[in-house]
Design a protein around this ligand. Structure first.
Ligand code: SAH
Length: 354
């Protein structure tokens, strides 16, 4: 099967064009069109000579994802698509427009996820496979194409869909480079957020990339016993390991870092939990570099419940007493199962070959 054009790097495409005797400027033209054209296939790139369009279509696939279904939230903004991959597996991506000011896209990095967090629907699927760079980029491209036809664009990208981004490091970094490349999507790295459950060596690797992207770390508990119970990854890298790696990331990149903390009633939501969390983060110094996002748990596996509004407020205030900024954030699109941790492809749909 031909490679998808988004899985072909610039040097390979340049060599392919040279071999056909095409002028060098075609490279820039084609790459721009890949990112921004509203065309449905190579045939729609009418700025290119007909012969070249045909040759491109013979050598490459225009996209590595194909729309299966789309659902829109009653909030009138959030939309979720189920996308089919070439081998019949499916992934989900979410568009979260924000009052006409920004268009955030939430993308998947794996079909399924191997991390098995107790509260997360994707974790119930297990890992089906890693996505390629093109399959990651094509999710952004799907929404970009759609927004572009209304004179709008994708402004922010969050790697918070299905999968653990740092477990698929190479393709994920390749996709970040494509999204930030001024000749492709040209999205500012400051508007890209990667979220991880705490793969410590890869957090260190990311710090070395020299890319000013945002990092979010899913912490969800401040002591190892509770964290290991809800996040199996904690048996490999404990709370201290994750907090130390986070501190090194902040030190190296000078970027602020977000801790994601799902509030689970009776599990991790007590004032004592907040005290411990505040103390442990503050012990690393530079408290102004951290922010805690408190997320009332969305409906999902494990039968977890949300604490009361008062308990969540008290948790946030307790963190603030340790000089750690904290906000309670309710995720959007829950009526269409598009909230954090709700992305899951129904069994049986996952492996229907084309
Ligand atoms: N694997 C990465 C990327 C997924 S991001 C990570 O763990 O960070 C998805 C975010 O939603 C994570 O912070 C995850 O812990 C959170 N999440 C999972 N299930 C959830 C649920 N039921 N309610 C609220 N947030 C949830």
């Amino acid at each position: 099967m031909n490679p998808s054009i988004t899985d072909v790097d610039a040097a390979t495409l340049a060599a392919w064009l040279a071999q056909r005797g095409e002028p060098a400027y075609r490279l820039k033209q084609i790459r721009r069109a890949i990112a921004h054209s509203t065309a449905a296939d190579f045939g729609g790139l009418t700025d290119l000579p007909l012969g070249l369009r045909g040759a491109l279509a013979e050598a490459f696939r225009w996209s590595s994802v194909e729309l299966a279904t789309e659902v829109a939230s009653a909030d009138g903004e959030t939309r979720k698509v189920l996308l089919r991959l070439h081998d019949g597996h499916h992934i989900e991506s979410v568009l979260m427009p924000h009052h006409g000011e920004r268009n955030s896209v939430c993308i998947s990095t794996q079909a399924g996820c191997p991390m098995a967090c107790a509260f997360c629907a994707t974790g119930e699927m297990g890992l089906i496979r890693d996505l390629t760079r093109g399959e990651i980029v094509d999710q952004v491209r799907y929404w970009q194409r759609e927004l572009r036809s209304r004179d709008d664009r994708v402004s922010h990208v969050v790697y918070m869909g299905m999968g653990e981004p740092l477990n698929n490091y190479g393709p994920v970094m390749g996709s970040v480079r494509a999204l930030t490349d001024p000749e492709l999507f040209g999205i500012s790295p400051r508007r890209i957020t990667i979220s991880t459950c705490g793969i410590v060596p890869k957090i260190d690797a990311l710090a070395e990339e020299g890319l000013p992207i945002d990092l979010a770390v899913s912490l969800h508990a401040a002591n190892d016993r509770t964290r290991a119970m809800i996040m199996p990854v904690n048996r490999k890298w404990g709370v201290d390991d994750v907090l130390d790696a986070s501190a090194r990331y902040v030190e190296k990149t000078k970027r602020r870092l977000t801790f994601e903390y799902i509030l689970l009633k009776g599990v991790n939501d007590s004032v004592a939990d907040a005290e411990r969390l505040g103390r442990r983060i503050a012990a690393r110094g530079r408290t102004s570099m951290y922010h805690v996002n408190l997320i009332p748990v969305n409906a999902g596996p494990g039968g977890f419940e949300r604490p009361s509004a008062e308990a969540m407020e008290l948790f946030a205030r307790t963190l603030e007493s340790h000089r750690i900024a904290a906000t309670v954030r309710i995720s959007k699109g829950q009526d269409i199962a598009a909230g954090c941790g709700q992305l899951k492809v129904p069994e049986g749909r996952a492996a229907v070959p084309l």
